[in-house]
Design a protein around this ligand. Structure first.
Ligand SMILES: NC(=O)c1ccc[n+]([C@@H]2O[C@H](COP(=O)([O-])OP(=O)(O)OC[C@H]3O[C@@H](n4cnc5c(N)ncnc54)[C@H](OP(=O)(O)O)[C@@H]3O)[C@@H](O)[C@H]2O)c1
Length: 326
């Protein structure tokens, strides 16, 4: 059932944002698509942007384009980072901690999707899970103390795909060695990102830390997602459905909302609310309940720590106790 839109019938729009001078937003994958459009909105309101992108050439082109659209004094720069290479994520995290004094929101926007055949990241993870979830998990853990000091928001860009795949974490075969499917495996990676997000939200609340976690999705947006890696059928379907989708700019609004709007709800999921939550006014969307499963989330958390080799001393949330769990 559609939820009442707290931002009125037209939904949330960037017109609600005041001046953002003095604020800094760190965005992964901001050289294209929704991340680029989000950067443009923040810059147009006076904020500073640090993009974490994998391609130097594309980042230089994006910075040039942003300055030409927003103004030559726009404060935007890039720290190089490839989420599919944990070594690169570690180096980028060190630079963020050293070079970005204040982070108002850290937006986990970058992703790959619909990779036609089973591929692996540099560290041997199925490529979509490795890039979208493990890369962001490691990055978040390594800059977490800095996010706490900054009283930052953590924004995780999910997907309606979390309702379409397995709707659980395939702990017994995280690389999909036995049942690889481009769409299901992408949905699994977005489910993992969102399950991690809600787990992190519970943990920071239990630990009474001054950070908040928010989850959104862009709906169906005309971006560059699926451009290279997808198989021919997926590309054909995306081209066919493209006129039904919304612009990349509107696809960026939910992540900008999560980074700036006051009084966001807990365990919520923001995005377009019409036509199967693919387009339309931005408000609160419906979640697949299994993504809130705290027990499974705890297993994903421990596995993600082991796979990425981080110590993240943020205790688990124990729903049966007022104490913080192990
Ligand atoms: N578009 C939709 O309809 C839709 C629907 C549901 C959810 N989403 C979600 O929305 C978010 C934004 O996607 P989008 O549609 O804007 O896609 P996009 O246009 O393809 O942009 C994705 C961004 O992620 C970057 N990226 C990919 N792999 C990376 C890596 N290994 N390391 C660092 N950056 C990497 C890309 O960089 P390169 O330019 O170098 O590739 C690009 O900047 C994603 O989380 C996606 O899952 C999108």
């Amino acid at each position: 059932m559609a939820k009442a839109n707290p931002y009125g019938p037209q939904g949330w729009t960037p017109a609600r944002i005041d001046d953002l001078t003095g604020k800094t937003y760190v965005i992964t994958g901001a050289n294209a698509g929704a991340g680029y459009e989000a950067a443009k909105i923040f810059l147009s309101k006076g904020a500073s942007i640090v993009m974490l992108n994998r391609s130097t050439d594309k980042s230089e082109a994006a910075i040039e384009a942003l300055k030409s659209e927003v103004g030559k004094d726009a404060d935007v720069r890039c720290i190089k980072m490839d989420l599919a290479d944990l070594g690169s994520v570690r180096t980028a995290a060190e630079r963020v901690n050293a070079e970005v004094p204040q982070i108002d929101a850290f937006i986990q926007n970058a992703a790959i999707e619909q990779v036609a055949t089973q591929q692996f990241t540099k560290d041997g993870f199925e490529s979509q899970l490795g890039t979208n979830h493990y890369g962001h998990f490691l990055l978040t853990s390594l800059i977490f103390d800095h996010l706490v000091e900054s009283k930052a928001r953590i924004v995780i860009v999910g997907s309606g795909g979390h309702k379409m795949g397995l709707k659980r974490i395939q702990l017994e075969d995280m690389n999909f060695d036995n049942n690889y499917n481009p769409h299901v495996t992408y949905c699994h990676s977005k489910f993992a990102q969102m399950m991690f997000a809600y787990d992190l939200e519970r943990r920071v609340k239990a630990a009474n830390l001054p950070v908040s976690v928010h989850v959104c999705h862009p709906g169906a947006a005309r971006t560059t997602l699926s451009k290279d890696e997808a198989n021919k059928m997926t590309k054909f379907l995306f081209t066919l459905l493209s006129p039904l989708a919304q612009s990349a700019e509107r696809g960026a609004w939910p992540e900008v909302l999560c980074a700036t709007e006051d009084n966001l709800k807990e365990s919520a999921y923001y995005g377009p609310t019409k036509r199967g939550e693919m387009v339309g006014p931005i408000g609160e969307c419906n979640l697949e309940e299994s993504v809130l499963d705290a027990e499974q989330a705890g297993k994903l958390w421990e596995l993600s720590k082991a796979e990425t080799g981080v110590r993240w001393p943020l205790p688990g949330y124990n729903p049966d106790s007022t104490e913080i769990g192990p």
